[in-house]
Design a binder for this molecule. Sequence first.
Ligand code: NAD
Length: 271
Amino acid sequence: MKDSARQRLKNQVAIVTGASSGIGAGVAKALAADGAAVVVNYSSSSAGAEKVVQEIKDDGGCAMAIKADVSQEDQVQRMFSQVKDQFGTFHILVNNAGLQKDAAFVDMTLDQWQYVLGVNLTGQFLCAREAAREFIRRGVQPEISTAAGKIICMSSVHELIPWAGHANYAASKGGVMLLMKTIAQELAGYKIRVNSIGPGAIKTPINHEAWETEEAANQLLTLIPYNRIGEPRDIGEAAAWLASDESDYVHGITLFVDGGMTLFPGFRANG
Ligand code: NAD
């Protein structure tokens, strides 16, 4: 492995949803570089997923792609069975798949609302439930990890910051926050660790219009005290740490990885 003297996730299997692009691809590569065998889930872009799998293999890692729409219970259950058939068990779930369907609140259709909630919130519920069932069934394998399993939910700074024009998305991430905290409370006794990552502005296809032009990027930077737009790798590194035993006492939190976006930067010059 090129990048991975650490190998903190050796002998572990990780499932990363929505990993054919953006943050999910960055997380899949970071977990693989740390020693995990990675399942690259995708819903539509098999080419994107196969590219991520190939990049991981080229770096000496282990990966496979599995298609499933995370908002559909039967497809989620089929994916988790395929993973168990292939690897016997798994140890890490990164609930990353998500999307936006933006509209002014008064124009938002029920379809736009339900589509975003279906993927961003119900999808996380369905995948976390399958993961928890397997982690409880298998229990702790002390030679592999101090936890029976790790669930990492991809939230957003918008679990905290209201976002006009994105009521469905912000509601989904607010929902993810309390889903994460509630299952963290409920599953702790099984030694299952549950946390979220709250990315700020990361350069991915989901928000390309916010960073593609110099003007848009400069406007975005006014919201980021650390003065750079994040990269998928920034989130990958955070996910690898949260999945490893180095963070064994970290449970039920959202780790904001946002260059300070949640520091209310509008107040910087307001003394
Ligand atoms: P992206 O569009 O590159 O990635 C989203 C992925 O989810 C895609 O690969 C897409 O195919 C997949 N997906 C969509 N619907 C799916 C479904 N039903 N089943 C399975 N997969 C599905 O965007 P991204 O920025 O990498 O987003 C990843 C996550 O990060 C999302 O949850 C998003 O809300 C969150 N996030 C992103 C940012 C950012 O600035 N990019 C900030 C905060 C949070």
